[in-house]
Design a protein around this ligand. Structure first.
Ligand SMILES: Cc1cc2nc3c(=O)[nH]c(=O)nc-3n(C[C@H](O)[C@H](O)[C@H](O)COP(=O)(O)OP(=O)(O)OC[C@H]3O[C@@H](n4cnc5c(N)ncnc54)[C@H](O)[C@@H]3O)c2cc1C
Length: 391
């Protein structure tokens, strides 16, 4: 694909992905104009602001592990990267992912692969788990894999604010408007048309509009299988305390982690309640009593006692082909670069995606992490790169 250190870049969407793309372009020495078009600067419905803001290295796809490792390194060194005022509250307390007896061999193999990529994952049997995590019942558990480094959680809003502020300081221009059209000329995106009637010409157009990305490019006849799926987060208080409580993913499908003096958690809705979300941000309230709480109290009996404080719902940008992000240029519109479809892991991967997109624009290829496996080619040919560890 063509590359440049100057010219005009337009980024559609100013969430964590779009903002990291903009910031990383400047870090890579891109000297041209960078315009981020964001329809809602309050970000009230953006996935970034509504996410659980956690990072794991326990993936089945090596590229995803490399991307997480880069993200964790940046989060740990956030002040060195963005200055002393940067604070995202990174809690490196690990993910504990539980599996049943028939999953032991596959989980051990996955942990070995993850460690070979640079992650630090322990495979623990139920006795070892009981010693490390008193108060959690490991009945029915065959194995737990625990990330002892590079995994945990942070404040996504602070991260977004930090990277936006820095991008602006480096001359990135944020425009408040919705991109309504992508206008093409000679197999390139020539300009984007905005809701305020303006047109912004571009040499590169970066698609970072999250859960709505598939809909936006459908008007160009591009079948990008990225759809919005509603995911609910429950926030509750309980007297249960455990030092070093990790981000816990139970084999039942629930997840839970501490959040300040409270906890947050959730569960994916059953398929019949998981239609594309279409602007619907009403939490799946019924899941709390019907599924989440009973399963939680089975795993942590002390959580029989809890008080639900609030619930919110955000949209996963689900790539229905394979639950992996799409990063790279379109084959026919060579200056349209996709950075979307992260299916629930886009905040942790945003630093790596930003750097990768900046490399593509400025050099025409990935220089650090090879994200070619995440490219458009597999979407075009319907060849999934399945991510086996999906939540
Ligand atoms: C409940 C929940 C929990 C999650 N937990 C995690 C987690 O623990 N860890 C993790 O890494 N990820 C998590 N995610 C996923 C993560 O939030 C997303 O992958 C990530 O935020 C995607 O970033 P984005 O910038 O692409 O999308 P967004 O943050 O949604 O940003 C896209 C932006 O584009 C704007 N936009 C859309 N269309 C247009 C248009 N036409 N014109 C102009 N602007 C437009 C939107 O207003 C929006 O601000 C979670 C998501 C949810 C919903």
């Amino acid at each position: 694909m063509p590359s440049a250190n100057s010219g005009r870049v337009v980024i559609v969407g100013g969430g964590i992905i779009g903002s990291f793309c903009a910031w990383s372009l400047r870090q890579a020495g891109f000297a041209g104009s960078i315009t981020v078009v964001e329809k809602d600067p309050t970000y009230q419905y953006s996935s970034t602001a509504l996410s659980a803001a956690s990072i794991r290295t326990q993936f089945g796809t090596p590229t995803n592990i490399q991307m997480s490792l880069f993200g964790a390194h940046m989060f740990r060194n956030i002040k060195a990267v963005f200055g002393e005022e940067a604070d995202i509250g990174f809690q490196e307390k690990g993910y504990l992912i539980l599996g049943e007896s028939d999953q032991i061999a596959e989980r051990v193999a996955a942990a070995e692969m993850q460690c070979a990529q640079g992650a630090r994952i322990l495979a623990l049997d139920p006795d070892e788990l009981g010693v490390r995590f008193p108060g959690i019942s490991f009945d029915g558990v065959g194995i737990g894999t625990l990330g002892v480094q590079h995994e945990g959680w942070f404040d996504a809003w602070s991260l977004l604010s930090t990277v936006r502020r820095s991008a602006r300081q480096h001359g990135v221009h944020y425009v408040q408007a919705a991109v309504e059209t992508l206008e093409t000329h000679h197999a390139r995106v020539a300009s984007v048309g905005l809701s305020n009637g303006e047109k912004i010409p571009c040499d590169f157009c970066i698609l970072a509009s999250g859960a709505l990305s598939g809909r936006l490019v459908a008007s160009l006849g591009i079948a990008l299988p990225v759809v919005p799926k509603k995911r609910t987060v429950f926030c509750f208080k309980t007297p249960f305390r455990l030092e070093n409580f990790p981000m816990l993913f139970d084999s039942s499908g629930i997840w839970v982690r501490p959040e300040g003096d409270s906890y947050i958690g959730g569960i994916q809705p059953p398929a019949e309640k998981d239609a594309d979300a279409d602007g619907d941000f009403e939490p799946h309230h019924e899941l709390f009593e019907e599924l989440f709480w009973p399963l939680l109290a089975t795993r942590i009996p002390a959580m029989e006692e809890l008080r639900l404080h609030r619930a919110w719902a955000g949209h996963y940008e689900v790539n229905t082909l394979d639950h992996n992000g799409v990063v790279g240029a379109h084959d026919e519109l060579s200056n349209l670069i996709m950075a979307t479809g992260f299916s629930g892991h886009g905040v942790m991967h945003a630093p790596a995606v930003g750097r990768g997109v900046a490399e593509l624009v400025t050099t025409g290829e990935f220089r650090s992490i090879d994200m070619t496996p995440l490219g458009w080619g597999r979407i075009r040919s319907s060849t999934p790169l399945f991510e086996s560890i999906v939540y």
